[in-house]
Every structure is written in C-alpha cells, then in structure tokens.
Design a protein around this ligand. Structure first.
Ligand code: NDP
Length: 333
C-alpha cells in the first residue's frame, strides 16, 4: 500500500442507520474505510447527491444497514491498494458508482475511476459524473439522437434534465421540455429547450405534446419522473416511438400490460441503468473523456444548484426529494 501524509483514524461520514425516510440519515465520525487491493483512498472534495441514494436509503435497492451513503464524488488520491497500477497518490479522480462516497475519505474501486483533466475543477467533476454520464448514454446510445429528432424531456430543469437537453440540442434534436414551475421552465429554455410545458398546470399533457407536433407525437420520451408521467409519456409517442423510463422521482411505475404497446402504435419501452452503459472500464473512460471534453470546451454546462456542507446532507436530500432544486446538488466534506 502506498500512502501520502498521515491520515486521521476516523472522519465524518453520512450514515444510513436503517432503511427509511430522511430521518434515518446521521452524519457522524466513522473509521476510515478498509482499502481493498484494487481500491484507492480518496480525500473527497465533493460528493454528488442523487436519487439512487434515496432508493438505497429506502431499501428499494436493498443494502444491509448501517452503511455510508452516496455513490458519486471527486477528490485527490491519498493512498493506493497494493494491486493498483494506473493511479498514484496525488491524482485527481472522479467516479459515479461507488457506494460510501458521502464521507471525508472514500475507498473507491479503480474500475469505477477516471482521471479528472486539468481544465475541470473537482466540484464540477463530482457534479458531472453520474448525471452527465447518464445524459451521455441516454442521448447517444439508448436512443441515438439525430438531426431533426423530436424528444420530450421531463423535469428538464433537474440535474439529468439540464444535461440531457444540452446534449440533445448538440446532436441537432428538438426538445419539448416539461417542468413544474415557470422558473424551472426558464432554466430549461436557457439550456436550449425549444418548447416548454408546465406539467403541473396542463390537464392533458399528451394532448399538449401532440399540439406541438402537428398531432404526430414525439420520437422519444426521456422520463425520469416515473409514476406521475408514465401514462402521458406513452400517449405522447409517435407510432414505433421509444419510451425511455430512466427513473422514478415521483414513484415506481406499476407493471405494464405489453399488449398496450401494440394498441398505442407498436411502441418500444426500455428501463436503462447507468451501470449497463459503463459496463467496462474502457466504456466508462470513453464516455467520461467525451463528457469532460464537452465541459472543458463549454459546449455542455454543468449547473451546480446547491452546495451543502456534509453535516447538512439530510437537508440536501430533503430539498432534492421535495422538488425544491434545479441542477446538481453536491456535499462538501
Ligand atoms: P432532478 O434534479 O431531476 O430532480 C427530480 C425532479 O423530478 C424534481 O426537481 C421535479 O422537477 C421532478 N419531479 C416530478 N415529480 C416529483 C416528485 N413527486 N418528487 C420529486 N421530484 C419530482 O433529479 P436527478 O437529475 O438527480 O434525477 C432525475 C431522475 O433520473 C431520477 O428519477 C433518477 O433516479 C434518474 N436517474 C437515472 C439514472 C439511470 O441510469 N437510469 C441515473 C441517474 C439518475 P419538477 O419540479 O420540474 O417537476
């Protein structure tokens, strides 16, 4: 094991004490994580706040409690495991998949790590990894957006939503954006959205989408809201359109009768996850390299909507789940 300067024995961490709501979160001192042979220990500069953390906290993705929460972060390597070859102490790194990221020193598998290029600061890197890689695979691989393609993007002022809107526009697509307030719609417009719908105010969301598409419907729907929007999303698609259900901010979608896809015009439905689209270190690094290039060149802007000290992590999650946020939230240990 190679180590830099002397480290403390324990440091503050966000602990999920048992499965449940926000009240099960506790910020307390924890021993520094044990380091596996193919892991590095990172002094975390910023950790990302994501919905997957809330699904894990609630037990939707079951993880035995207590555990340290958070899955995303960026920082500087302070120690490396004995079998680590491509990373050294002092490297600036980021990751979007690493349970236990919301703490001062996190142990991260090297297969999940990327180097942060010099033009990108660590807070931006932490903010970009999970949502940025998600927007990348959604717009390039789940549905390869092309010139003239029409996409419906729900919650377009959110973390994924803002990045996805920019990436669809970059590829020549047209974005119909939804959000729950006028202020959020203005944010979506600033990110390039062509048309805006306040879905908190329209009675028939699919009819509003059809009105904007000469009755045709859209080529693809990107839906991370889930339960509250799923039916309207299906009804907004053109025949043979693709429904991309990538999240469940409003709750899980109930089981779907496949025969309905037939009746609605031979629709396609997919429920993708980031892990399947960065399934090898090569795929992760190819996507991250492109993402960081777009960020460095200013083609894609990462909007940090809130910075919270780690001690305030429960407030950050309450704000995210309470729909009070735009862009990305990060925790600063
Ligand atoms: P956001 O910043 O988009 O926040 C969620 C937004 O969803 C809210 O701000 C709100 O926007 C909207 N929303 C609508 N109804 C609700 C509700 N009942 N409760 C809470 N929010 C609601 O979050 P993220 O960008 O972090 O994530 C968006 C989605 O993407 C999540 O479902 C997440 O799980 C998913 N995701 C999926 C990944 C994958 O690979 N499959 C990877 C990363 C994220 P408004 O007020 O405008 O309605």
């Amino acid at each position: 094991m190679t180590s830099g300067s002397a480290l403390p024995e324990s440091a503050p961490a966000l602990v999920v004490t048992t499965h449940g709501g926000g009240d099960v979160l506790e910020v307390r001192d924890q021993p520094l994580p044990e380091l596996g042979s193919e892991q590095v220990l990172v002094r975390v500069a910023a950790a990302g706040v994501n919905f997957i953390d809330t699904y894990q906290r609630e037990g939707v993705y079951p993880i035995p409690t207590p555990f340290v929460g958070g899955n995303e972060g960026a920082g500087e390597i302070v120690r490396v495991g004995e079998d680590v070859s491509c990373f050294v102490v002092g490297d600036r790194v980021a990751w979007g998949q690493g349970l236990g990221s919301a703490q001062t020193y996190a142990a991260v598998d090297t297969k999940n790590l990327v180097h942060v290029p010099p033009g990108v600061d660590l807070e931006t890197a932490a903010a970009a990894m999970l949502q940025g890689l998600t927007a990348h695979y959604l717009s390039t691989s789940t549905y390869g957006v092309q010139q003239g393609c029409v996409a419906l993007v729900h919650a377009a002022a959110g973390g994924v939503g803002q990045l996805l809107t920019q990436m669809i526009k970059k590829r020549g697509g047209r974005v119909i954006a939804t959000a729950g307030s006028t202020e959020k719609l203005e944010t979506a417009r600033a990110r390039g959205a062509d048309e805006l719908i306040n879905y908190a105010e329209v009675d028939d969301l699919a009819a509003a989408v059809r009105e904007l598409t000469d009755g045709q419907g859209v080529d693809v729907v990107y839906d991370g809201v889930g339960k509250d929007t799923f039916e309207a999303s299906l009804a907004s698609l053109r025949p043979r359109g693709l429904m991309v259900l990538y999240g469940a901010a409003s709750g899980q979608v109930p089981p779907l009768d496949l025969q309905r896809l037939n009746k609605l015009g031979s629709l396609f439905v997919t429920r993708p996850s980031l892990g399947a689209y960065i399934s090898t270190p090569d795929e992760l690094r190819a996507r991250a390299t492109e993402l960081f290039e777009w960020i460095s060149s200013g083609e894609v802007q990462v909007s940090i909507g809130g910075r919270y000290p780690l001690s305030d992590a429960p407030t950050a999650y309450a704000d995210l789940e309470g729909r009070r946020t735009q862009g990305k939230l990060i925790l600063i240990p």
